[in-house]
Design a binder for this molecule. Structure first.
Ligand code: PLP
Length: 415
């Protein structure tokens, strides 16, 4: 059955016909028959080079043999125990070993769950109620962080979603990214702030990169005000290198959140931090957190296999950096817009200068983006279908794939 027919059926069964909003490509999304390496094969028989990669988790590409084997081996032994398994110790040792700021970790099932628990933990630890987030920062789809969360919101202080209690959101404050003074000013006026949560690189409107010294300033300011720093490394963890943004930028969080890559493409999330803070999590402390699927064996096996593979093939990070540079070399001469990249993250913004914050991101010409996106799709390249989503590359993208992407950038940007 063709994608258009499948979508007609889906529309009557699921809101918007999809399981997550960004997938609702107009007039209808393509349905995937299977995926391998850097490619997606649609039910319509179209072969696409994938630069979406499940929105980030698949740094080794689709169905990588090493990860697939780890999953298959685990499936033979069962996939849900409801008791501890050795696998969780294994993955916990890898992640805490790679992150100097993280002594202990708790596994959950999604990035949203991780940030929800991290915020509760910060409130439990500090005894304070407010949190500060970055305008346009995305931390998942739960109430406390659904304010100016990515491209959705436009109105100051109003939740991005119907059904969110205004009294709750009143405890969520916002500061612009790359603006340490705004954070300092807000903290000087408010002594009820438990935590500042941010994506070290804004990944859900971007990538929007931190200016020199910004993250160090953020660390210093939060420490000076006894406010916990929560680094949301759900995208950047193992994406910008081993040790994520913590190691890349040398900024030590009090709590960090993970997801995406650490599950090797299966559902996962995690939050971790300093021992003294993490000891407050149930059952060792009073901050409650629990989940039926937490630490599920298949995700842990896929995650460990992925992280081990990355450790054994560190050259992947350099290769991916070279690959986005090659695309940049083509895109940089475009008449319109600006190209931004960080390792394997990249994006062309339809705005003269690279945006530094959410306000500038919103100045992008989204119609020009959609024309470009459609032309890229016609050229066989699947980019995330929004100006406000980051493009990704994987270790499975071949030299030929990269050339094809760069050529398509050239012809689509200059068309
Ligand atoms: C994807 C993402 C989340 C949410 O993770 P889910 O697994 O989709 O719940 C949280 N924070 C950031 C920075 C993300 O990119």
């Amino acid at each position: 059955m063709k994608s258009s027919d499948l979508f007609s059926r889906a529309k009557t069964l699921m809101p918007g016909g999809v399981s997550s909003p960004v997938r609702a490509i107009k007039p209808y999304p393509f349905y995937v028959e299977r995926a391998a390496g850097s490619h997606l094969m649609t039910v319509d028989g179209v072969d696409l080079i994938d630069c979406c990669l499940g929105y980030g988790p698949l740094i080794l590409g689709h169905a990588h043999p090493v990860v697939r084997e780890a999953i298959e081996r685990q499936i033979e032994k069962g996939w849900l125990y409801g008791t501890p398994s050795p696998l969780e110790i294994d993955l916990a040792e890898i992640i805490t070993g790679d992150h100097p700021g993280i002594d202990m970790i708790r596994f959950v099932s999604s990035g949203s769950e991780a940030t929800m628990a991290a915020i509760r933990l910060a409130r439990g630890y500090t005894g304070k109620q407010d949190i500060i987030k970055v305008e346009g920062g995305f931390h998942g789809a739960h109430d406390a962080v659904l304010v100016k969360a990515g491209s959705g919101a436009t109105t100051l202080g109003v939740p991005d979603s119907a059904g969110v209690v205004a009294d709750l959101v009143a405890h969520t404050r916002q500061v612009p990214y790359n603006d340490p003074e705004a954070l300092e000013t807000m903290l000087a006026r408010n002594d009820d702030v438990a935590a500042f949560i941010l994506e070290p690189i804004m990944g859900n409107v971007g990538p929007v990169l931190p200016e020199d010294g910004y993250l160090a300033d953020v660390r210093e300011i939060t420490a000076a005000h006894d406010v916990l720093l929560i680094l949301d490394e759900v995208i950047t963890g193992y994406r910008v290198g081993i040790g994520g943004a913590e190691v890349l930028y040398g900024v030590k969080p009090d709590i960090a959140t993970f997801g995406k890559i650490i599950g090797g493409g299966l559902p996962i999330g995690a939050f971790g931090g300093r021992r003294e803070i993490m000891e407050l999590v149930a059952p060792s402390g009073p901050v409650y957190q629990a989940g039926t699927f937490s630490g599920n064996p298949a995700s842990l096996a896929a995650g460990s296999a992925t992280l081990r593979y990355l450790h054994d093939h560190l050259e992947i990070y350099r290769r991916l950096d070279d690959a986005t540079r090659a695309i940049e070399e083509v895109a940089v001469d475009a008449r319109q817009g600006s190209f931004v990249r960080a390792g394997s993250l990249f994006k062309h913004f339809f705005r003269g200068e690279p945006p530094r914050n959410y306000r500038e991101v919103r100045e992008c010409d989204t119609e020009a983006f959609l024309r470009f996106w459609k032309a890229m799709l016609d050229a066989g390249i699947f980019l995330p279908p929004a100006q406000f989503e980051t493009n990704f590359l994987s270790a499975a993208h071949s030299k030929q794939d990269i050339e094809q992407i760069a050529d398509a950038y050239g012809s689509c940007l200059f068309a």
